[in-house]
Ligand binder design. Structure first.
Ligand code: P53
Length: 478
């Protein structure tokens, strides 16, 4: 067993979830319908479907989640027992603005989060909040076309302002858009919907529509940063990118160049949010492809003035790419990724690469010079409840061991300014990509199946006790 490094005293050790994946209670207290409420359950073979309305007879796992909406007081006690001093969740936009375009917020929704955050704070846990985590009001998708429409910017900033005003005494760390760069794989309809509320018409150019929607999100995010600081200078507002480094397949120069363009393509979002400017190569790319992205001079100013305070990011896996043979230097994430023969995969095909975490942290630090916050990391797996009534998830402990060690090296040996670490789904919840319950990330097991049957009982897995002593030793005992 390797000893880790001890992290600073004020380091945040937590867990991370998103409202729509665990709260359930999809219609409680005036909540509106979000995009997650119209996504059916799926699995590895069968993609989730998006339906026009909620249809009878179909399975919508986010409607029940793990019933956190009602059970959170007990769950937070378990989090405190684990030793967490922070808890990342999101505020479901539809609890505050059910349709998204109302002028006044729904008080019952605000009250729910106020009580939830109070309960956390009473237990020594500070909430860390994402404003938009794959759960925008479906009404904004159907009536406004999602983020391709600039009107949505104002709806979002109104929502953000209401939240900052109401919760600034309870919540210091915020993030605007979850994994904003997932839409780099724009050919995947789920990413376009989850990130940007886009349902594409056949005659639309997917990539061009994605760039416009992302631009509108950047403006909304930059405005939110400014509003937050005006309300309370103490607030820290971060970006949130999915860090999956893209390596060159070989040392062949054309592979190296392709991997460089791949990284530029997947992380230009971070460039805009951290540095306040679009990179030159991208402007040239738009010109060459005759893409017309609506960006005004005022927009450019807003971006410069609304750069984020820190970079939140998720880390699950790394990718690889090679020269695609095209005349133009261009990376298409939908077609240009290759398997990395040096890495094993999870049962869902995600390449396991602990060193990639340290690599990604250094890469971001060199480029963006911002404090970082690891707000997701974890291992989705099939867990087995054994006859002794336990879950022996040694594979998950190994994953966390290897990743936390690389994280600690990045801090202790490379000098990266890291705010905290919140493993994903530290309590089992609904998977975002497949809608499954059986793709589990938790250190706390929840007795429920893919159809929503089960006692909902919470059980501590072996990883619960392991993480507990990691935190107690401030990261030394791995
Ligand atoms: P699930 C794709 C690739 C990497 C992370 O994912 C992703 C996705 C989108 O599904 O999502 C993040 O549940 C996301 C969480 C999500 C978690 O990773 O598909 O921020 O909402 O649950 C894990 O296994």
């Amino acid at each position: 067993q390797i000893q880790g490094y001890q992290m600073p005293k004020d380091f945040l050790w937590g867990g991370a979830v998103a409202a729509h994946q665990l709260e359930g209670a999809w219609q409680a207290d005036g909540k509106g319908v979000s995009i997650a409420d119209v996504m059916t359950g799926g699995n590895k073979e069968q993609a989730r479907q998006v339906t026009k309305t909620v249809e009878k007879g179909k399975v919508y796992p986010n409607h029940w989640g793990i019933d956190f909406y009602h059970q959170y007081p007990q769950d937070i006690k378990l989090f405190a027992e684990m030793g967490l001093n922070c808890f990342r969740t999101s505020i479901a936009w539809t609890r505050i603005f059910p349709n998204g375009d109302e002028s006044e917020p729904n008080e019952a929704g605000l009250k729910f989060y106020e009580n939830l955050f109070d309960e956390c704070l009473k237990n020594g846990i500070q909430p860390v909040i994402t404003l938009s985590h794959f759960e925008m009001p479906y009404h904004l998708v159907k009536e406004y076309g999602g983020w391709r429409n600039r009107e949505v910017i104002d709806f979002f900033t109104r929502f953000a302002e209401v939240c900052f005003k109401r919760f600034h005494n309870q919540v210091k760390y915020w993030m605007t858009f979850n994994e904003i760069n997932n839409q780099t794989s724009w050919a995947d309809p789920h990413h376009l919907l989850q990130n940007s509320g886009l349902i594409l018409n056949d005659d639309e150019n997917l990539e061009e529509a994605m760039f416009q929607a992302a631009h509108n999100e950047f403006i909304a995010s930059a405005k939110a940063v400014k509003i937050a600081h005006e309300i309370d200078n103490n607030l820290q507002v971060g970006a949130m990118v999915a860090m999956s480094p893209i390596y060159p397949m070989t040392a062949k120069p054309a592979d190296i160049l392709e991997a460089q363009r791949a990284m530029q393509t997947r992380y230009y979002y971070g460039d805009v949010q951290a540095l306040g400017e679009y990179p030159a190569w991208l402007i040239k790319y738009w010109d060459r492809h005759d893409y017309h992205i609506e960006i005004s001079d005022l927009d450019r100013q807003i971006l410069r003035e609304g750069t984020v305070d820190y970079m939140g990011f998720s880390y699950y896996m790394s990718f690889a790419t090679k020269d695609n043979g095209d005349e133009e230097l261009h990376f298409n994430e939908n077609t240009d990724l290759v398997d990395n023969p040096y890495l094993e995969k999870s049962d869902w095909g995600w390449q396991i690469d602990a060193k990639g975490l340290r690599y990604g942290m250094n890469w971001m630090n060199d480029r963006w010079h911002k404090p970082q916050f690891i707000v997701e990391n974890g291992f989705g797996a099939y867990d087995k409840l054994t006859d002794d009534g336990k879950i022996h998830d040694d594979y998950r402990i190994k994953y966390f061991h290897d990743h936390i060690l690389e994280m600690e090296k990045a801090v202790a040996e490379d000098g990266i300014d890291l705010i905290g670490y919140t493993p994903w789904g530290h309590i089992d919840l609904i998977s975002a990509s497949t809608g499954e319950m059986k793709k589990r990330y938790g250190m706390i097991y929840v007795d429920q199946d893919d159809e929503g049957n089960g006692s909902l009982k919470r059980l501590k897995k072996d990883s619960f006790y392991w993480y507990q002593q990691v935190i107690a030793s401030r990261g030394e005992n791995l």
